[in-house]
Design a protein around this ligand. Structure first.
Ligand code: ARG
Length: 424
């Protein structure tokens, strides 16, 4: 009995020690804060956080270390627009077949796939029934594997708008959780979302591509409604993300003071200027168009949505280029969930193709995103004090950004969740 207890506590000690502290050695490190590549980094980790960042020769080290020589390390990537509870195989009327519980359970699988692809943090923008809150809490409790999640709960939108459910006739009285018309209903839904665990608020400022019966370029929320969402959210210390494709809706959302504009497809020069002036972030999902037009029909995307996408995707890419040139603050938001989870980082190469340097694209998916989340001391860079959220790739992403599509190693909060194995 006694020996058993001693053995158990020894085992516990050994486990805690080996998990608590480790050292990572690699060929190079992308320093997203200085915009430079650091060679031969040596990172020390203790209690889930980074305790030192040095560089030097590995021969000087005694003891065990995580050997990532031959690789480049980066901070865990951040996707600022994901839907972990949505399936890319289920669009349009197919989506009606899943209950919220079923979507939540599928979210468990999606969360793991996302983390394994090197995305250690996601901002989840819109889920009914607060299943995003449940998923976040299960991950934080250590029950399941997944990225750090910052969640919005149900997206707020007008009756019949992009964030409502418009698939069924009146007989079914179907309407989404987040429908709120008029400033006071908006205020109430913001308060309700906070009550049930939302970290931020998502509003639908304009129509969308995938919603039935909405015009993608047309404004939906009025300026007064959006101002109310922003006032309520900011008073409570949280941010607002606005889904907005259309020119006027984007302008109104920025004028109302939202923190980020999602999609921003038809943003014009005035919108770009205003975003720059107000420091509003743009989160432009420029990869997803390829999936929608390629595999969307088979996954149930309605023909009217495909028609809208044909008019949206290429303009969005042109406007992305303009916004990058103008120097607007940008984050990486992908809309993963519309397309397969785990393919998130395919967007990085498109961001480079349409005007960013590889470093800018990586910064959009790390330090910029962390700053928009108000978490820049915890995530988004490899620095002393931050969580040890670290990924590694073969080769250097500054020469070829597409290497980010093959993440070889993932550590989240000091725990290796995807070990690097040399044999592939
Ligand atoms: N969730 C978005 C919507 O339905 C997807 C837009 C995708 N298209 C694009 N070009 N970004 O509006």
């Amino acid at each position: 009995m006694f020996y058993k207890a001693v053995y158990a506590s020894l085992l516990l000690l050994v486990c805690t020690v080996s998990y608590a502290s480790s050292i990572i050695v690699a060929d190079a490190m992308v320093d997203v804060e200085t915009g430079k590549l650091v060679s031969k980094p040596i990172i020390t980790i203790d209690g889930g956080r980074i305790t030192s960042v040095e560089s030097g020769d590995v021969n000087e080290l005694s003891g065990d270390f995580i050997d990532l020589r031959g690789m480049t390390i980066l901070p865990g990537m951040i996707d600022m627009h994901a839907h972990l509870t949505s399936s890319s195989q289920e669009h349009g009327y197919k989506r009606l077949a899943s209950s919220q519980v079923r979507s939540a359970l599928r979210g468990v699988k999606h969360a793991k796939a996302t983390l394994m692809a090197g995305v250690t943090t996601v901002r989840n923008l819109g889920a009914g029934g607060f299943i995003d809150v449940a998923l976040r809490d299960s991950i934080n409790a250590g029950d399941i594997l997944g990225p750090r999640m910052f969640v919005s709960g149900p997206s707020l939108g007008i009756t019949g708008g992009h964030c409502d459910n418009n698939l069924l006739p009146v007989d079914y009285q179907a309407s989404s959780d987040g429908v709120a018309d008029g400033p006071w209903e908006v205020a109430k839904k913001v308060r309700r979302n906070i009550k049930y665990g939302a970290d931020l608020i998502k509003i639908c400022a304009t129509g969308g591509v995938l919603s039935k019966g909405t015009k993608v370029g047309v404004q939906q929320y009025s300026l007064a409604e959006m101002q109310m969402a922003v006032t309520e959210a900011h008073r409570r210390g949280i941010t607002v993300a606005a889904h907005a494709h259309g020119t006027e809706g984007i302008y109104a959302a920025i004028a109302a003071g939202v923190d980020s504009v999602e999609h921003a497809s038809f943003i014009d020069d005035a919108g770009i200027k205003l975003a720059k002036k107000k420091g509003t972030y743009l989160s432009m999902d420029i990869y997803v168009t390829e999936y929608i037009l390629g595999q969307g029909a088979a996954a149930g995307i309605l023909e009217e949505s495909l028609a809208k996408e044909r008019k949206t995707g290429s303009l969005q890419r042109e406007n992305f280029t303009k916004a990058v040139k103008a120097g607007v603050k940008m984050v990486m938001g992908t809309d993963a969930g519309v397309y397969p989870h785990g393919d998130n980082l395919k967007q990085l190469s498109r961001m480079v193709q349409f005007g960013m340097t590889p470093m800018q694209a990586l910064q959009a998916a790390s330090i910029n995103a962390a700053t928009l989340l108000n978490k820049e001391n915890d995530i988004g860079s490899i620095k002393v004090g931050a969580y040890a959220d670290i990924v590694a790739v073969k080769g250097t992403p500054l020469d070829d950004i597409s290497v980010m599509e093959n993440i070889a190693f993932v550590m989240k909060g000091g725990t290796v969740v995807k070990p690097y194995s040399k044999v592939k």
